[in-house]
Design a protein around this ligand. Structure first.
Ligand code: HEM
Length: 135
């Protein structure tokens, strides 16, 4: 696999996490009180919150590009790819729950914990895939 493809999920998740913390720091978490869509036209905060949601599509595309070959490789790559994808889908659902519960503190904390776990899982997968390329 092309090494750039192997690290794309990691890069996109780092960007996603940064946008998420910017949303939080700007107090834009409830700028879109609904899910999955936002009321448009909206102000800068609506756009910021919507960017965080919409970027999940970019993350998903990057993830599909490594999940399909990883499943084909089998072994550790397959196990990590399935675990990481499951975590990512839980994270997207949690994002919706965070909004629909008006930023319930426990869910915001869980959203942060799963964000770190998703990043860890895709970093490990990238290491396995790159190691496979090197051999
Ligand atoms: C790849 C998927 C996602 C990742 C990795 C991710 C990651 C993050 C991170 C790291 C934060 C900052 C948390 C904090 O500072 O405490 C955050 C905040 C937030 N995320 Fe996500 N997120 C994802 C998807 C979503 C989706 C689909 C939604 C849907 C609405 C969403 C809604 C939110 C909201 C509302 C906040 C702000 C919470 C607050 O104001 O404290 N996230 N996200």
């Amino acid at each position: 696999m092309n090494p750039i493809r192997a690290v794309l999920p990691v890069v996109s998740i780092v960007v996603m996490n940064s946008i998420g913390s910017y949303v939080s720091a700007r107090g834009a978490g409830l700028a879109c009180p609904d899910w999955p869509l936002c009321p448009f036209p909206g102000d800068e905060l609506v756009l910021l919150e919507f960017t965080h949601r919409a970027f999940a599509i970019v993350v998903l595309l990057a993830v599909v590009a490594v999940t399909v070959p990883s499943i084909r490789y089998g072994g550790v790559a397959r196990k990590l790819a399935v675990l990481a994808l499951a975590l990512l889908l839980v994270q997207i659902g949690l994002g919706g729950a965070v909004v629909l519960t008006a930023l319930r503190a426990e869910l915001v904390a869980l959203h942060m914990a799963v964000a770190s776990s998703v990043l860890a899982a895709y970093s490990m997968l990238a290491a396995v895939l790159l190691w496979r390329v090197e051999r």
